[in-house]
Ligand binder design. Structure first.
Ligand code: NAD
Ligand code: WQD
Length: 342
């Protein structure tokens, strides 16, 4: 039996493939490579010494998804595939709704037809909107401030409806905080196209000289140093969270639990300037930055209460800030142009 990984060539997907293969799971990957490179999967094979089948297909192509379920012996799915850039989603809402929501509907429809009802879904801390307090618990009110966030919220609701209609579904929603870092080998990592939107790839590109300086968006937040505070989590910790989620679904105690939701975060917040300082230390270089106005839609502070994942999945993030920075840096240094260097 195999686990189908949608979006498996992407940043979090490729790291999850490694952790699953290392534990002896069989996997099959579908990805349209709209935001990734096939080289990431070649490197997953190289790191693990294991082989698996890859289908370069779009989730929107129902016939292609059907064909995969006909050919492969799939018993569960981890669903990463989706568009994820907040700013772009404001400019291209239809693309985001179509890709993320229709892609999920097609996937679930084909799963249902083939009696595959085990699903782990990539949600996001963005579904908490502007939380009134921190740390954020799973039972906090949900809202979205942009089309990307709304796709996550809508998909969570669609999956709840699916379970309500048919209790054979076993669904885990994983709400990630801020994934950073890379595999220790320095062979796979985050490879954003164009100028990065997220803090860590922006910083590493400043350090290698691809970008001139970091824009620090806002230094007047109500935080210890005035800059935004986030819960950065090592991508390998996150990948291990998916292994635990799949094992939970396969376990006997899942039955009748409904849709399970877990925060995947460390429970610790670091500011933008904390991150700059940590990277400077790791790279041995000063990082140039300039304060700029707040970025629209940003909140001051966001970090998880990860205790539910600890109690119910037996999962905690074990990698600290320095390891996150070291591993991000090794990936960037070895691959200054991402997978294009290969
Ligand atoms: P990513 O862009 O690296 O990976 C997503 C993958 O999905 C890409 O390889 C892309 O080519 C593929 N894809 C997109 N649409 C597809 C389609 N219609 N058919 C087939 N493949 C398709 O992103 P990531 O950072 O690895 O994120 C994975 C998931 O986690 C996404 O759903 C994202 O929204 C979610 N998430 C990411 C973050 C983050 O900060 N990285 C935080 C919270 C949640
Ligand atoms: C972190 C901090 C910025 C860039 C986003 C999505 C969220 C989730 C994770 C998918 C903030 C500051 C950033 C820069 C900066 N993705 N910053 N200069 O905004 O917390 O979350 O990614 O689900 O939905 O919104 O992450 O890395 O963009 O920003 O000062 O060039 O760094 O203001 O305080 P964010 P981020």
């Amino acid at each position: 039996m195999a686990i189908l990984i949608t979006g498996g060539a992407g940043y979090i997907g490729s790291h999850t493939c490694v952790e699953l293969l290392n534990r002896g799971y069989e996997i099959v990957v579908i990805d349209n490579l709209s935001n990734s490179s096939k080289k990431s999967l070649d490197r997953v094979k190289e790191i693990t010494g294991k082989d698996f089948r890859f289908y370069r297909d779009d989730l929107l192509n129902k016939a292609a998804v059907e064909e995969i379920f006909r050919r492969e012996n799939i018993d569960s799915v981890i669903h990463f595939a989706g568009l994820k850039a907040v700013g772009e989603s404001v400019e291209k809402p239809l693309e985001y709704y179509y890709n993320n929501i229709t892609g999920t509907l097609v996937l679930c429809d084909v799963m249902k037809k083939h009696h595959v009802k085990n699903l782990v879904f990539s949600s996001s801390a963005t579904v908490y909107g502007k939380p009134e307090t921190v740390p954020i618990r799973e039972d906090f009110p949900l809202s979205a401030t942009n089309p990307y966030g709304r796709t996550k919220l809508m998909i969570e609701e669609i999956l709840e409806d699916l379970y309500n209609a048919d209790h054979e579904w076993k669904i885990v929603l994983l709400r990630y905080f801020n994934p950073v870092g890379a595999h220790k080998s320095g062979r796979i990592g985050e490879d954003p196209r164009g100028i990065p939107n997220n803090l860590v790839p922006y910083i590493t590109q400043v350090v290698i000289g691809r970008l001139g300086y970091l824009n620090v968006y806002g230094n007047d937040y109500n935080t210890p140093d005035g800059t935004g505070v986030r819960d950065y989590i090592h991508v390998v910790d996150l990948a291990e969270g998916h292994v635990k989620a799949i094992e939970k679904i396969m376990g006997k105690d899942f039955a009748q639990n409904g849709v399970l939701t877990y925060n995947l975060g460390t429970g610790r917040g670091y500011s933008v300037l904390d991150m700059v300082k940590a990277f400077s230390q790791i790279c041995g270089k000063e990082i140039r930055y300039e304060f700029k106005p707040r970025r629209p839609g940003d909140i001051a502070t966001c970090y998880a209460d990860p205790s539910r994942a600890k109690e119910e999945l037996g999962w905690t993030a074990s990698r600290g800030l320095m390891e996150m920075c070291e591993d991000s840096w090794r990936w960037q240094l070895n691959n200054p142009n991402g997978y294009d260097d290969a």
